[in-house]
Design a protein around this ligand. Sequence first.
Ligand SMILES: [Zn+2]
Length: 160
Amino acid sequence: MHCEKCGTELIPKFLEYEGMIPFCTKCNEYRFNMFNSAVSVLVFNPEKTKILLIKQYHTDFYRLVAGYVNKGESLEECLYREMGEEIGRIPNHVEFNKSKYFDKSNTLISNFAVTLTSEEIFPNYEVDSYEWIEIDKALEAIREKPFTRDLLMSYLNKKK
Ligand SMILES: [Zn+2]
């Protein structure tokens, strides 16, 4: 591992309360492991009987509304921005569901749940298609996406 600022090879150095942390001897600074941060959203209809799933980037599987957190942005700001961009709707209330690390893209994903006041959606060019799907059918529709399925299952189990 090398320093992201100067390229010097990092050495492990003890840091109180943290343990052995990669250290750059040239910058004289610790270099914590870097990862991406993203937000994904379980979007429910007013009756909470359906969930909004979208298709994007000409792929044939359903996804949640989601996006990477920009530098300087909070998770909530990212959620409002992504929902505004992708579906043209802003929720009145945001509920945290769970966070989970996705190793394929080295990303910590924070998942939230929101309920809209109507099923009206204004998708932008990033969204190929969207569908309000009954919750049972949604679980089936995302069966090949265990990561997404786990987020939805966890939320539903908490509500039981
Ligand atoms: Zn350095």
